[in-house]
Design a protein around this ligand. Structure first.
Ligand code: CP
Length: 304
């Protein structure tokens, strides 16, 4: 593997290899000194053309813990503001001979375009509606860590599936790994023919949550919708918010997940978000180990 552009084209062995490699980095992240020389001398550019807290920071933490030299560029303050195209920007960055470029962009397919014009490894940190592969990998890692397996688990994905690159990458990954994936959300937020991806669609969230091993809430992405896709926030919350009452229908040991950032009180109730079954902050912690594993595997570090 040279690039990580999405989960769609990965196979089970490649996914499992990343998850198993992340275990070693988890151990490093528990140490007092969390730094190893694995990627010493490698140059990594983080290019986030959309807002991010978790992904941007955890990539940077992962890179620094692996001793890579890391640089950040944003649209604001770059020559893109003067009209330079993304492809020209990429060629100029390539001239500085980086080993990898991490890209987040609002336009689906941008990482694929950069992989065409640049020689370095490209890692997709979220492109438009399309994919967010490292999020799905860290989600799968968290489920695997908590449940000891992926095969045969029932995973409920609830909320704005249509606009969610997290949902798309998770659907690809979890179905490949043998999970039973059930989705539910307002009809306007369910992609047409999504069943072709191997998921079951339930109209009522309660039917999706029933006997689930993990319930993953997705953020209502108002910034990506051209029109409001539900009448008002209170109505959305009434039917689709993960409340303690709704969670009672899942298995007693079901875990609660959210990729963040969360709209508290809209798609997830405070008591559930902060409750003992929530693994939301564990997902964030695991994001560092999983991104260290991806960087190690793509950049061919000499030491583990
Ligand atoms: N989960 C996620 O992508 O969060 P950020 O937008 O903060 O990176």
């Amino acid at each position: 593997m040279k690039h990580l552009l999405g989960i769609e084209n990965l196979n089970r062995d490649q996914i499992m290899n990343i998850l198993e490699t992340a275990v070693s980095f988890d151990e490093i992240n528990q140490r007092q000194i969390k730094k190893v020389p694995t990627l010493k001398g490698k140059t990594i550019i983080n290019f986030f053309a959309e807002p991010s807290t978790r992904t941007r920071m955890s990539f940077e933490v992962a890179e620094k813990r692996l001793s890579a030299d890391t640089y950040n560029i944003a649209v604001s303050g770059s020559a893109i503001e003067k009209g330079e195209t993304l492809a020209d920007t990429a060629l100029n960055l390539q001239a500085m001979q980086p080993d990898a470029l991490i890209i987040r962009h609002a336009v689906s397919g941008t990482p694929h375009l950069l992989a065409e014009v640049m020689d370095c490894s490209i890692i997709n940190a979220g492109d438009g509606f399309r994919e967010h592969p490292t999020q799905a990998l860290l989600d799968a890692y968290t489920i695997w860590q908590k449940k000891g397996k992926l095969e045969g688990l029932r995973i409920a994905l609830l909320g704005d599936i249509y606009h969610s690159r997290v949902a798309r990458s998770n659907i690809y990954l979890l179905t490949k790994m043998g999970c039973d994936v059930v989705i539910s959300g307002p009809a306007t937020m369910i992609p047409k023919e999504v069943e072709k991806l191997g998921v079951t669609v339930e109209k009522r969230p309660v039917d999706a949550v029933k006997d689930a091993d993990a319930v993953m809430m997705l953020r209502v992405q108002n910034e990506r919708a051209s029109n409001l896709l539900y009448p008002d926030v209170r109505e959305y919350a009434k039917f689709f918010c993960l409340t303690p009452e709704l969670l009672k229908h899942a298995k007693p040991d079901a875990i609660v997940m959210h990729p963040g950032p969360a709209n508290r009180g809209v798609e997830i109730d405070d008591t559930v978000m902060d409750g003992e079954r929530s693994v939301v902050l564990k997902q964030v912690a695991n994001g560092v180990s999983v991104r260290m594993a991806v960087l190690y595997l793509l950049l061919g570090g000499s030491e583990k």
